[in-house]
Design a protein around this ligand. Structure first.
Ligand SMILES: O=P(O)(O)OC[C@H]1O[C@H](OP(=O)(O)OP(=O)(O)O)[C@H](O)[C@@H]1O
Ligand SMILES: Nc1nc2[nH]cnc2c(=O)[nH]1
Length: 180
């Protein structure tokens, strides 16, 4: 593994190696296994693009019968002077009465996840919880509880394991932090 990398104009150094990520994914998967055992076919709903790698590793550790799907929050065209409104696309499964576990790579300010939860709750699921690989307590501006947090980090900008810097870095198996 490279200790420092360059993506576009920025340098990044390694922060969390793959082995440590795997341990954190394992621990959160075991909590979900304990909490959802015996519940009627929960639906894991990944938010694209960033969650693809976390979802892939998480779902292999899930021991109950489940369904899996991905959705995207797409920004409307135009400027976002008062904050961007995003629309949920790709949700084809009816979720009424279902137990839904949203799978995110990172919850930062909470804008995206709050929007996602509101969109889903309007469709009357049995329950909605969030499972995020990374949570930034210092940046989070919302009050909605984020139940499953694999790892908590500071306010630094990270890439790797699905997370990008201007679309680069998603395929890295370790997490890197920006240095300049
Ligand atoms: O808590 P927030 O401040 O809303 O930030 C978190 C969101 O930002 C990233 O998505 P992004 O819009 O960059 O899309 P991507 O997953 O395609 O990279 C990430 O995947 C979360 O969805
Ligand atoms: N790649 C990346 N995307 C984010 N979206 C919100 N926070 C982050 C972050 O730290 N890194």
């Amino acid at each position: 593994m490279e200790n420092t990398i360059q993506l576009h104009d920025k340098k990044f150094r390694i922060m969390i190696p793959a082995e440590q990520i795997d341990k954190a994914v394992d621990a959160v998967a075991q909590r979900i296994n304990a909490d959802y055992a015996g519940k009627e076919t929960p639906l894991f709903l990944g938010i694209l693009n960033g969650s693809f790698m976390f979802m892939s590793d998480l779902i292999k550790k899930i021991e109950f019968q489940n369904e899996l799907s991905f959705v995207k929050l797409a920004s409307y065209d135009g400027t976002c002077s008062t904050g961007c409104v995003k629309s949920l696309i790709g949700l084809n499964n009816p979720i009424e009465g279902r137990h839904v576990i949203i799978v995110e790579d990172i919850v930062d300010t909470g804008e995206s996840i709050e929007h996602m939860i509101k969109e889903l709750e309007a469709r009357n699921p049995a329950s909605v919880e969030v499972c995020t690989l990374f949570f930034k307590p210092g940046s989070y501006r919302k009050t909605l509880p984020i139940k499953y947090r694999a790892m908590e980090i500071g306010n630094e900008f990270i890439v790797g394991y699905g997370l990008d810097y201007d679309q680069l870095g998603r395929s890295l198996k370790d997490i890197y932090v920006v240095t300049e």
